[in-house]
Design a protein around this ligand. Structure first.
Ligand code: C2E
Ligand code: MG
Ligand code: MG
Length: 768
């Protein structure tokens, strides 16, 4: 920048030069022109007079210009001197004009402060007075160098003594020699600065620099994107997180406006509201969708702040944001899970109930017929147990998809429990329509699930149907009715459907009551074992007995296992019940041995669920160990149907039982569909021909043929064959003729109490 004084100093010189050039040009050029063009001497004289006047005029103008420039320069000089004097007077450093002998000629306010004395007193002082005695010699040497012209200034740190309190103030003293000029004697100019103040100022500067560095480091390393713009929203800086979150480098963003991040998801009103809040409160925060450099649109949590200067003017905007896509996904997932089942994605129980309620409300108005169908998967627990839960999950998802695809638009589907789906079928004309839906669903579910390894799993389903308004008129009663109807469907066999009616509910209630009574009976010791002799046909000797459980209810009397074993199976009581039977039979068998009765094989029935779902081998070995009964005298009867299911797993269980030394009998043989090839793989000892094939002998040719075939087949496999339910001598004769090994049935004895059985045995063997 040019000093205004420089321009002022130059102006008179320029004026002078101009005057000289113009004067010379005027004299010579004027004379030359006149001599050339004017020949008349009178005119020439006249012209020369004019030339003279013009010269005077020109000279005056130039003189006036010169004067004006000089005045201006002087004015500037005076103003500057005044300003300088003001600056020096109030400068934060001490200034003094000092005579070469050290006497202070003038000092500014700051120096008076430092020296602790008013101006008049300071002006009467010599600098040497405020110096420490030790510094005086050195100061004298420096001064002599200065005055000799060897140096033009010097600066040194020293202490000066404050007049008011004698306190020593550390100062930086800079002394400059001003040589004599314009009649002013040579003098010194001293600048005195308080060293403590300088240090404090430096420390403050350092501190603020450190804080700025710290702030910059925090901004650079924070996980939040930070963009700073000027008041016109032009981006001034963007931290590393911005690059990570948006994909732009800081260089790419500098000078741009945040409009480059616009997603297009918000309307004008949104941005207007945002700016209005920002203007009013200086702050805005909320969720906003922005766009990354790669075009991806994502949600952010953003806070925007205006930075104002002391006058209240906005100087910058600071925008901080975080990517909340993950949170959003999580939130959506939670919302989804509040209404849907995590595995299948179907409506959960609560949401299904809500949807059903809406349908019922609409049906009340429209008068439409609605069916609630409850789909209970058949033996789904077995699928889980056999193939593992991961496969079970896949099968469930497959079933959910199949059912979904079998429904009509407007129908509702939900998963109420592990193996329970529910459907609301709408706009039905009558109950036949609901039955058709049920059949359709059963067929859809029957489609096997194929594993990536190629094996197939088929899960059947039993469907209970409850109709609005025929059977029930509230969502709760409709679901309850469908539930009760499922029991009816199950009773008809797997893969069946059944409508709700009062009798069904009654039956369900009875089943529940029976279940709790059975638990109680087990705990109270109301169960008792009966024994039915097994007779060796060739010798007529009792070689064993089948143990059959009885429930002696204090009020109802004897309850048949045919009534309570199915309830025990479905409710899970079969586990503890089966364990009790095993323990009791082993205990009894050992007791008879100790009482001296001949060794007998005791056969214990094992129900399919007990076989597949409880630790049968563990339970049997426990009972044997506890009682001391020999394993080879214990026979476990497993029904053919239990063996036909999940054959490999069944084989494993049988192998474990065989390893204990037990005998294994296949009960009710002929009623299941086990293949001969399968049977061969099982470690089996006895085949028990189902009594259904014996009862019609000798009338039924077929039964006789079947029984004969079973005997022959059993023998060919090295198995012993026992016929159940032998009631007549004719039946026995037939069996004997066909080489059957043993029988049991009313012909010999009904199942009797342990005491009665022991008595029978003693009587038969002649023992007492
Ligand atoms: P099951 O194992 O086939 O037992 C034979 C059934 O036939 C017994 O009925 C027996 O009383 C009956 N019975 C025996 N001889 C004759 C006969 O000559 N004629 C006729 N009509 N029936 C005869 P029960 O005792 O009522 O047992 C029924 C079923 O209950 C048994 O069939 C068995 O599957 C089951 N069960 C009995 N006790 C137990 C047990 O302790 N545990 C398990 N899991 N099931 C048992
Ligand atoms: Mg049996
Ligand atoms: Mg049987």
């Amino acid at each position: 920048m040019t000093n205004p004084g420089d321009a002022s100093r130059m102006a008179p010189w320029r004026g002078m030069l101009l005057y000289l050039v113009l004067g010379v040009a005027w004299v010579y050029l004027g004379d030359w022109l006149l001599a050339r063009w004017v020949s008349d001497p009178v005119v020439l004289t006249q012209m020369q007079t004019w030339k003279g006047w013009a010269y005077v005029l020109l000279t005056s103008a130039v003189a006036w210009c010169l004067l004006r420039d000089l005045r201006r320069t002087e004015k500037v000089r005076l103003t500057m001197a005044k300003e300088l004097a003001q600056i020096v007077r109030y400068a934060p450093a001490g200034f003094a004009r000092v005579a070469p002998d050290g006497s202070i000629l003038w000092a500014n306010e700051r120096l008076c402060d430092l020296l602790g004395a008013p101006l008049a007193q300071v002006c009467a002082m010599n600098f040497r007075e405020v110096m420490l005695a030790a510094d005086r010699d050195l100061a004298a040497v420096r001064l002599s160098h200065l005055l000799a012209g060897e140096i033009d200034h010097y600066a040194e740190e020293r202490e000066c003594v404050r007049r008011s309190d004698g306190h020593k103030v550390p100062v930086l003293c800079t002394v400059t020699l001003v040589p004599e000029s314009d009649g002013e004697a040579a003098h010194l100019v001293c600048v005195v600065q308080d060293l403590d103040e300088i240090k404090a100022a430096r420390a403050a500067l350092k501190n603020s620099e450190a804080r700025q560095r710290l702030a910059a480091t925090v901004v650079d390393n924070t996980m939040e994107g930070v963009v700073v713009t000027d008041a016109h929203s032009r981006i001034l800086s963007a931290n590393a997180a911005v690059t990570r979150l948006l994909g732009y480098t800081e260089e790419e963003l500098l000078g741009q406006t945040p409009r480059v991040f616009k997603s297009g998801r918000h309307d004008k009103a949104f941005y207007e509201a945002m700016w209005s809040t920002l203007r009013q409160t200086g702050h805005w925060q909320g969720e906003i969708w922005n766009r990354r450099k790669n075009g991806e649109v994502f949600p952010e949590h953003m806070s925007l702040s205006a930075v104002r200067d002391p006058a209240g003017q906005v100087t910058h905007y600071v925008c901080m944001f975080t990517d909340i896509s993950e949170e959003k996904v999580q939130q959506q997932r939670l919302e989804f899970l509040a209404h849907n089942d995590a595995l299948t994605g179907l409506s959960n129980r609560a949401w299904f109930g809500h949807q059903l309620e809406l349908v019922v409300q609409e049906a009340r108005v429209s008068g439409e017929h609605v069916a609630v169908l409850l789909l209970n998967l058949d033996r789904f627990k077995d699928v889980n147990d056999s193939y593992g839960h991961a496969t079970g999950d896949e099968v469930l998802k497959h079933i959910a998809r199949r059912v979904q695809s079998a429904l009509r638009p407007g129908d509702v589907l939900g998963r109420l429990a592990g193996d329970e789906l529910a459907v609301v079928a709408r706009h039905l004309r009558h109950s036949d329509g609901a039955a058709a839906v049920a059949r359709h669903l059963i067929t859809a579910v029957a489609e096997p699930w194929r594993s990536p390894d190629g094996f197939e799993v088929v899960a059947g389903v039993s469907v209970g149907i409850c109709m609005y308004p025929e059977h029930a008129n509230t969502p709760e009663l409709l679901l309850q009715g469908a539930h009760a109807a499922v029991y009816g469907a199950k009773a008809r066999g797997r893969g069946a459907w059944c409508f709700f009616h009062e009798a069904m509910t009654q039956a369900a209630r009875e089943r529940l009551a029976l279940e709790s009574r059975l638990r109680n009976a087990l705990a109270q010791g109301h169960l008792q074992m009966y024994y039915q002799p097994q007779v060796q046909i060739a010798t007529g000797r009792i070689v064993g007995a089948e143990a059959l459980v009885r429930w002696i209810d204090p009020e109802e009397g004897l309850i048949s296992p045919a009534r309570f074993i199915p309830v025990a199976e479905t409710s899970g009581v079969i586990g503890p019940l089966g364990e009790w039977v095993l323990n009791e039979v082993c205990r009894q068998g050992q007791q008879w041995r100790l009482e001296g009765l001949p060794d007998l094989t005791l056969a214990v029935n094992v129900s399919p669920r007990q076989f597949h779902l409880t630790d049968l081998a563990g339970c049997a070995s426990g009972a044997l160990a506890e009682s001391g009964f020999p394993p080879e005298l214990l026979e476990l009867e497993i029904t053919e149907t239990a063996l036909a299911e999940r054959t490999e797993e069944a084989r494993q269980v049988l192998m474990r039982l065989r390893a204990l030394g037990l005998r294994i009998a296949v009960d009710d043989f002929g009623t299941g569909y086990s293949s001969l090839a399968q049977l061969k793989r099982f470690p089996i000892d006895v085949l028990k021909i189902d009594q259904g094939f014996i009862s019609d002998i000798p009338q039924s040719e077929d039964d006789m043929a079947i029984s004969a075939a079973i005997i022959a087949m059993g023998h060919s496999m090295g198995l012993s064959v026992l016929a159940e339910g032998v009631e007549t001598a004719g039946q026995l004769a037939f069996l004997q003729e066909r080489g059957c090994d043993a029988y049991q049935g009313y012909l010999c004895s009904r199942p009797v109490t342990a005491d009665a059985f022991a008595a029978l045995l003693r009587e038969r063997s002649g023992a007492r």
